[in-house]
Structures are given as C-alpha cells and as structure tokens.
Design a protein around this ligand. Sequence first.
Ligand code: GTP
Ligand code: SPV
Ligand code: MN
Length: 629
Amino acid sequence: MTVIDSLPTRTDQQMNPAHIHPEKLTDAGASPTTTNPDVLTWVEEVAALTQPDYIHWCSGTQDEWSLLAEELVATGTLIPLNKNLRPGSFLARSHPNDVARVEDRTFISTERETDAGPTNNWVAPDEMRQTLKPLFSGSMRGRTMYVVPFSMGPVGGDISQLGIQLTDSPYAVLNMRIMTRMGQLAMDHITPGIEWVKTVHSVGAPLLNDADDVEWPCNDTKYICHFPETLEVWSFGSGYGGNALLSKKCFALRIATVMARKDGWLAEHMLLLKLTSPAGKVFHIAAAFPSACGKTNLAMLKPTLPGWNVETIGDDIAWLRPGTDGQLRAINPEAGFFGVAPGTGYDTNPVAMNSIWGNTIFTNVALTDDGDVWWEGMTKTPPAHAIDWQGNDWTPDSGRLAAHPNSRFTVPIKQCPTLAEEWNESDGVPIDAILFGGRRATNVPLVTESLDWKHGVFMGATVSSEKTAAQEGTVGELRRDPFGMLPFCGYNMADYWSHWLSMGELLGDKAPRIFQVNWFRKGDDGRFLWPGFGENTRVLEWVVRRVSGEVEGRAVSVGTVPAPGELNLEGMTIPERDLEELFTVDPELWLAECDLTEAYFAQFGDRIPTALREQLADLHERLERSAHE
Ligand code: GTP
Ligand code: SPV
Ligand code: MN
C-alpha cells in the first residue's frame, strides 16, 4: 500500500476540529489529480516524511479558493474585510517574528561551495538534507498537505516553467493562486520526463493531540533551502512572502537563474513596462531595483508628461530570452502582485490603489473601524482609530506604526487598470532598454547611460543600495546589491556577471541599451532632490529618446547623462541647484567608490570576468582625468 492510499480521505470521520475542515473541500481534492509517477512518488515521499493528516490536491478553482478562505476565517488566520468597501478581501496578521524574508537563513546547496559563491550561504547538499530531515519529519502532523501545481508564465509557453509546491499553509495556497497560474491545467502539463521544479514548504508547527491552532503558525527555526542541481526548494518555519510563496524568489529567481545560465536566458528581479510616446511609438523597458526600491511604482507609473502612456506587464520578476529575431524578449512569469503597502497611496501610486479594490489579501496592515485597511502613506489623514498590524488598538498619537513597514497586498494582475494587453504573450515583449537602480542618497546621478553592454553590466554589478524593510536587518545600511539580485542569485555572482556578458555577445547590436537610475538622491538637508513617482516619466522619456537617437547626451566620467535642456522639465518646478546636484559626479567620491569596488571584486578571486576588471580600470582612469581637469 502506498502512503497516499493509507492517508484518510475527505469522508474520514476523525477530523481535527481545530484545523482546516477538509470535508468542505471537494471530494476530488482527496485523490491524485495526475497519473505522472514522478509526481505521485514525490508526493508520497514527502507525505511519509511530514505525516500530514490529509492530502488535498488543488484544482485551482474559485470555489476551492473561497472554501479555503472561509476555513481560514473560521480559524482566525484571515479577517474578512467590509464587503462594501473591499469585496472578497481579507487581512492576515503574521507572527511578529515572521514579517520578511530571512536572508541569513537562506541557503544554496550545490556540490561545490564555489558554485554558490561568496555572496550566498552555502551548505553541502547531503549535509543540508541531514539537517532538514528531522525538521520536516512529522512537521505536518495534524494538518493538511496541499499539492499546488503551477506554471510560471502562460501554461505551455515558450519561456514558461512548471512547478509544484507542497505546503501545509492554506494561506500560502491562497496567495499562490493569485501569484501564479495555479491549478489543473498546470498539473496536466507536468508529464513524465519533462523538467519541473519540486518545492516543499512547511510552517513547522505540527498540531499535536487535537491542540488548537494559532492564527499564524510558524517556527523560530527557519531554513529556506535551494538545491539548484536537482531543481528543489525546501522551506521550513516561515509563512511569510518570499519565504513561503516558493514560486517567487525561490523558484523564479534562485532556481531559475541556474536554469537560465544553462539554457542561455536571464531570470531577473525586474519590472516590465510598456511605454508609448505621444507619436504612438512603443517601447518596452525592464528595470532591476533591489527590494522595496520602486519597481511596483515604476511599473504602474502615471505619466505627468502629456501624451505619454505607461502600461504594466510585471512588477517584480522578468524572464528574458533572445527571440527568433535575435531581440531580447521578456515575460513576467507571475500572475499577481505581492506589493509593498506602506507608501502606496492615491498620490504616489493610484494604479496600485485602483488594483486592490477587492479580491486582495492584505498582510500586516492596519484594520480600520469600518472594516477596511490602512497603512502609513495610504491617505494624508490617518484614521482616528485603528487596530494595528499586531492586533492592538492604535491612534495617530500612539507613537507606533499602524502597518508593518514590510506589510503587503496580494492581488491578481488582471485587476491592474493599466495592464498591457501583451502581458500574457507566451513569447513576451521585445526589450528596448534595461535600467539598473538602487537607493543612493549620494553619488549616483538621476540617470546615466552606459557606454556599451559591458559597461552596463559593470554598472549593474556595482550597484549599492540602502537596505529596506523587505529583508530582516538594519534599514538604511548601504550594501552592494548587484542587479538587485544579491539575495536572489542561485549561483556564484561572478559567474552570473559572466553570463550577462556572454548574453551581450550573443545579442550583439540587437542588445538593449543599459542605463542606471537613482530616484533617491538627497540634498544636504536630507530631502529627496527628485520628486520621483509620476515625474520619473521625464527620465523614461530621455531614455527612449536616447534609444531612438534623438538626443546627444553629455559625456561624463561615469557614462552619458542628459545634456542641458535634454531632460524635459516642462510643467514642473525644480530648483536649478537641485537639478545640478542630481547630476553631480564628484571624482574624489567616485574614486573612493572604485576602491570599494576593487575590494568587493577581490572576494570573487579569479572568477571575476576580465571585462569587469577592465571596466573598473577604465572608470578609474576617466575619473583621474576628470579630477585633474
Ligand atoms: P519589492 O516588491 O520588495 O521587490 O519592491 P519594489 O521594488 O516593487 O518596491 P515598491 O515599488 O513597492 O517601492 C517601495 C518604496 O519605495 C515605497 O515606500 C515607495 O513609496 C518608494 N518609492 C517608489 N518610487 C519612488 C520614487 O520615485 N521616489 C521616492 N522617493 N520613493 C519611491
Ligand atoms: C522582495 O523582497 O523583493 C519581494 C517581496 O518582492 S518577497 O516576495 O517577500 O521576497
Ligand atoms: Mn522583489
């Protein structure tokens, strides 16, 4: 008898009233929804290890979603929001120790340590399996294990990939249905012999002896583990975001970077947008910024320049591949947004506000007295009273934040009013420009074009950015975050740079142009020099005018910046001094930055591509020259 046969079914009478009542789920969910022996064996093995009371094979239907949501309301994990104000929406409050990705608990297990590289936590695969075994052993007791099949990208698409997440978190299941193409169609495509990614997730909180469940089960011990060589993810102890929705950072970035390197494509922490000029010319832009550095905002930008239009394709992850015409084409592998709530308001991001009208899961935001949500920056005037993200009474003068700084909304991408019609194209959209960015109070100009692809890769490789609340740790601390990928590259970062260089060779003169942007430069008085948000259209306009050969630019030591008058400032007021400061390149400060880059590169030893060493030497020389001018 197989493990699956031995597990109770939906009609079994020994249900634990304290957890999900599986009898409400359709009977179909009790039996396997595939005949693929690879899937069946794997599900059996994981069930034998984790010992769930039930297995539910997810169909991905709306009925299933609604039933699960209902069950989570009954157990207190989800609070239904006011149906008139926020229909079909729920609030979840996580455990206060489970609020963000845990980078120091994130591991890459490759046979050789150098394949993970100095920027990843490495543990040998065998050793990691030995560590995980006792943790996962019995970890799903008293719970249901959900089998969640999903496709990243349109099911069956050229650039798409398939995966299954096994999880004991129904909250994760609900989120996965929003974030991916989840359901039977994906399962039907997981046929014997094809490549698919196995992901296993347990909150690590077995329910023993009919114990009552808690609202947010998790474990103080957390492990987010990747086995790129066998296309596996094992995540233990957390129910939050990138730790638990394994399609996202674990699969679509860490595992996918390894797949992409092998097969000649790119898996990136990038937004995708479509920009149409007043003359009707269409451009597609991909932009890589670190976590909580403005991807969602740029992807949904409301242009302040008349006649320009931005449409949204993706806000977090892009997979890029040369098309048959030799152009780099990109898809958004996701199907939803897991966006930062604080700072999102009608004045900063009206498109996001209009996307989350309903059918949205909010996590760690505040609950208003009329049953709606609130967070810092949502409205200018805060509510007089609310329940904060930890479930306590809150008033504007309580001296605490109402919402956690990394509180988020999960919403289907189809609700985005500016969604581009091409968002679902299986061969993606052609990319005209790539932007790299970060949060830099100093040094980095508002916009700089790279001299060529190699210099662009150097720009991406040397990005530094101030840390945000998206990861556990100290907010504001400056750190290297190459390509916004520091926590997401599943292999040696220096090899990743080599891969980017070789993609440039492959693309040749069809390669998109590369730019660096920085919305976050500050004056001596600590205020942002650039208004940002909708006004970033002005930067996009200059970028595409460069791509179209309509503007000359001005050569500076770090690249090409707008020549005087080229940045369209019509209809906005910005002090002349601020504008000057936004583009100031101080050779002394940049030379100091070069020294830091040299030390940074040194940790990669001889895996650093020669081209990047040459780029550093050339930059050094240009800066020396300008310092003596
Ligand atoms: P992840 O989902 O964590 O990968 O983040 P993201 O890059 O999508 O970040 P998001 O767009 O949600 O931005 C996070 C924060 O940056 C919010 O607090 C925004 O208010 C702020 N932000 C975004 N764009 C701008 C801008 O142009 N200027 C300034 N000053 N702040 C911005
Ligand atoms: C990020 O941190 O870059 C995110 C949020 O997009 S999470 O999915 O939690 O990683
Ligand atoms: Mn992200």
